[in-house]
Design a protein around this ligand. Structure first.
Ligand SMILES: C[S@@+](CC[C@H](N)C(=O)[O-])C[C@H]1O[C@@H](n2cnc3c(N)ncnc32)[C@H](O)[C@@H]1O
Length: 318
């Protein structure tokens, strides 16, 4: 059956595969930093990381397989005991410590089952600064349990000397009960797109949409993270030109978002199919430079695309 007309999921065509494959690399010996910048490494991260240089990474983003049954292309991941999952996480996180600059930040994703184990592993290697919880609307309801609609991201740093730019990740919130003082808006603004307030981000994120078929960033990867989520992390915890590293890169969301925001990336992913999605997404950045939900240098609430476009039209005509 042909895909629905509005289905914008990225697909690979047979005739583009050779050129995309040439964009991937493997690391079989030590390499300088220049050769991992803006590269997609198609390999088991445990094999590749030992060949990467010391202290080259400014921001590490890790979205590992959670402690669940999940098929990732040719490889299936099976749940294990909490202790075994913790030992597995420790085996790769311990190796990655060496790659980080002294002021680097680290973000590690997990669901409620894996989050406690990840917290303990993070404590062994880093200073934990916070736990972000984001609401994920997508997911099945359950008859005998609460629908699983949240995930955690552990925010850690190598030291207490780290970069954090809260002003770069402000959220544009609709003002429901506008308060005026002497007839003037108090702490809020108004334009053609409505009444709003720019707020500092908290550690509870309710403005995230998990990619789905009508979003142009969507790929067939089963657990793809949204570009908007990565944009918050990259803008808050890296500077333009910094190196953002993702050792479990999947469809390449980290590299795509880093590039769109003027950073460099290094990504490792062991499944060739996913590396090819990543390579194609990187190639298509000039045609699709925007990050859905991040517009005019602020983050917008969910379901405000029409308002964002209205803002753009106003900006263009004035
Ligand atoms: C949760 S997904 C990451 C999804 C990604 N954040 C995205 O936005 O598409 C985890 C990924 O890690 C990959 N993976 C699992 N073990 C790996 C390993 N040892 N080395 C490299 N990649 C691995 C899986 O193939 C899967 O694509």
């Amino acid at each position: 059956m042909p895909p629905a007309a509005r289905n914008r999921t990225l697909m690979l065509q047979e005739d583009e595969l050779p050129a995309l494959r040439r964009k991937l690399q493997r690391l079989d010996a030590a390499v300088p930093e220049a050769s991992i910048r803006d590269s997609i490494i198609c390999q088991d991260c445990m094999e590749a990381v030992p060949h990467m240089p010391d202290a080259c990474v400014d921001l590490l983003f890790v979205d590992p397989p959670y402690n669940l049954r999940k098929q990732f292309s040719n490889t299936s991941f099976s749940p294990r005991s909490a202790e075994d999952y913790m030992a597995w996480c420790d085996s790769w996180l311990g190796q990655m410590r060496r790659l980080l600059k002294p002021d680097a930040s680290v973000y590690i994703c997990g669901d409620w089952r894996s989050s406690a184990a990840l917290q303990q592993v993070c404590e062994r290697h880093f200073t934990i600064q916070n736990r972000i919880t984001f609401e994920r609307e997508k997911g099945r309801g359950a008859k005998r349990n609460w629908k699983n609609a949240s995930e955690d991201i552990w925010f850690c740093t190598v030291s207490n000397d780290y970069y954090f730019n809260a002003d770069a990740v402000k959220l544009r919130r609709q003002v429901i009960a506008p308060y005026r003082s002497n007839g003037k808006p108090k702490d809020w603004n108004e334009d053609e797109t409505g009444r709003f307030r720019l707020t500092h981000p908290s550690n509870v994120w309710t403005d995230i949409s998990i990619p789905f078929w009508s979003m142009p960033e969507n790929t067939p990867h089963p657990t793809q993270k949204p570009e908007k989520l990565l944009a918050k992390i990259i803008l808050a915890s890296s500077r333009p030109g910094d190196l953002v590293f993702d050792p479990f890169a999947g469809s390449g969301t980290t590299g795509v978002t880093a590039k769109k925001l003027g950073r460099s990336f290094a990504m490792i992913e062991q499944e060739e199919e996913y590396c090819l999605y990543a390579a194609k997404r990187i190639q298509e950045i000039p045609q699709r430079p925007h990050i859905q939900g991040y517009h005019d240098e602020v983050f917008w609430e969910r379901n405000t695309l029409a308002l964002q476009k209205q803002g753009t039209r106003r900006g263009e005509s004035s």
